[in-house]
Design a protein around this ligand. Structure first.
Ligand SMILES: Cc1ncc(CN)c(N)n1
Length: 227
């Protein structure tokens, strides 16, 4: 039996993703000690990140070569807009932040670089570029959610337990699994050179994920003052 492309990818990304679990922001989510101001920064940056991330699934749906894949991209799009972003809207309400304020967040340099990288690749390539771009995002948050759910107390009633619950939930796991399946389906039969290229996209987006954790830990904004 041939190995799945995502098994091959796992070998490359595992050390990067394990380093997320050592990151102070992620550790703070897991043990409930994260400073709320840092979390608020994540919430706002992630909301505008997810708006562009959702656009990627719409591009994927438009570029899909059959109705089944078109439907999967559309389902994943709905997952971002109505499942994942709902978590953000609920947390924002706890902080007294309106939906309008969330949407008006100015993206930081890392948020801009990460979404621009994925949008650029997705617009100029086929659906394989789209799925390689979105994969680390969906799969790595599920990996983090499931890892943190095993930490003592992470699912007990604390400010971040709904975060851990959401990203480790069956519903989110299903979205991550569907993204992996789509990647495997699309990778099937592709020449080695193309697989190497797609693998590099997944590695680079995994590195972007680490930079995003750093950005929210240091509450970095757009670094140049607007005049
Ligand atoms: C930056 C980032 N990466 C991944 C996810 C999970 N979709 C997210 N919400 N934000």
């Amino acid at each position: 039996m041939s190995t799945l492309f995502t098994d091959r990818l796992w070998k490359r990304v595992e050390p990067i993703w394990n380093s997320y679990l050592e990151h102070p922001f992620v550790k703070g989510l897991g043990d409930g000690t994260l400073e709320q101001e840092k979390f608020k920064h994540w919430l706002k940056q992630d909301y505008v990140y997810l708006i562009d991330y959702a656009r990627l699934f719409a591009i994927g749906s438009a570029k899909a070569d059959d109705l089944e894949k078109m439907t999967t991209f559309a389902k994943l799009l709905h997952g971002v807009l109505d499942v994942e972003m709902d978590l953000h809207r609920k947390y924002a309400a706890d902080f007294g932040i309106s939906k309008e304020e969330l949407e008006a967040t100015e993206p930081s340099a890392i948020t801009t670089a990460y979404t621009s990288y994925m949008l650029n690749l997705s617009q100029r390539g086929g659906m394989e570029n789209v799925v390689a771009s979105v994969l680390a995002c969906e799969w790595s948050y599920n990996f983090i959610g499931k890892s943190l759910a095993n930490w003592p107390g992470a699912l007990d009633d604390n400010f971040y337990s709904s975060w851990v619950e959401m990203y480790s939930s069956n519903e989110f796991t299903e979205l991550a699994e569907e993204t992996k399946q789509l990647m495997n389906q699309i990778a099937e039969g592709k020449p080695e050179q193309e697989l190497v290229r797609l693998e590099e996209i997944v590695v680079k987006t995994s590195q972007f994920e680490y930079m995003f954790w750093d950005m929210v830990e240091t509450k970095e904004d757009w670094p140049v003052n607007a005049q």
